[in-house]
Design a protein around this ligand. Structure first.
Ligand SMILES: [Zn+2]
Length: 262
């Protein structure tokens, strides 16, 4: 029994890391509007194709000591980190949900959040190519997640898109400039499709809290000399949602208990 669990955990980690390898391709190619299927992996510097045996998640990076097999240029440390991240989250989700349909749903969801967060960090955009199909695909939470239904999905999409849209509208009206990207609006609508109104509210509070905290930290570290520091909101929304998936119920219970005293 124990042996089986260990084997399954290792297999899931390896599976997640392989998916992570594909996520790297998505992160690199989707903003450039390139196909994510063809051609196979190639070195961004010398453009030579990377043979499959040099494309094993995490391990290849270690064996090649972070350098391209052909031109020896440095490969970003981020590639193995994304693979590691995808592997670790796959295992953590398995620990939380076991081998269930929910596990499959949240795996796909977290993989998409990883891609969105890193593209947002790199380019300050969240591609419609991901978020709009994401809203449709993750509406399947009504089927996969016990506490979700057609009504909660709809409430999640409307509240997720609506709240940020309202904030963006008010901001534009009074400050005469864009404070919130349209990408964030669609991202929170997608998060709403998966987690409902409760998930949207939790994500918004947790994401804003972490974003503000990180913003202050960044301002202190750079001594505020950069004037207007642009911090993408997507990664914090994603972090907030992941926090919700793992600990949302517990945190909400604790919060209500602290507030109301019941
Ligand atoms: Zn190369």
């Amino acid at each position: 029994m124990l042996n089986n669990t260990i084997t399954l955990t290792l297999l899931l980690f390896a599976f997640g890391a392989c998916i992570g390898s594909f996520l790297n391709v998505c992160i690199f190619r989707i903003p450039e509007k390139l196909s994510i299927v063809f051609p196979g992996s190639f070195c961004p510097i010398c453009k030579k194709e990377i043979p499959f045996y040099c494309n094993i998640p995490i391990l290849s990076y270690l064996f090649l000591m972070g350098r391209c097999k052909h031109c020896k240029s440095r490969i970003s440390f981020r590639y193995p980190m994304v693979e590691l991240l995808a592997g670790v989250f796959t295992v953590l989700l398995f620990v939380k949900f076991g081998l269930t349909a929910q596990l499959f749903f949240w795996m796909c969801f977290v993989y998409v959040l990883i891609v969105i967060s890193l593209i947002d960090l790199d380019h300050q955009i969240i591609p419609d190519r991901i978020s709009i199909p994401g809203i449709l695909i993750f509406s399947s939470s009504a089927v996969f997640i016990p506490e979700m239904s057609a009504v909660t999905v709809l409430a999640g999409i409307i509240s997720g898109g609506g709240i940020l849209y309202a904030i963006a509208f008010v901001y534009l009206k009074f400050r005469k400039k864009e404070g919130m990207g349209g990408g964030d609006i669609k991202l929170l609508a997608m998060i709403g499709a998966a987690t409902g109104l409760k998930g949207v509210l939790f994500t918004l509070f947790a994401g804003s809290f972490m974003g503000t905290f990180a913003g202050i930290a960044a301002m202190v570290l750079t001594r505020g000399c950069h004037g207007q520091l642009k911090i993408p909101f997507g990664p914090y929304l994603s972090l907030g949602t992941i926090l919700y998936i793992f600990f949302g119920e517990g945190i909400i219970q604790w919060y209500l208990l602290t507030i109301t005293g019941y």
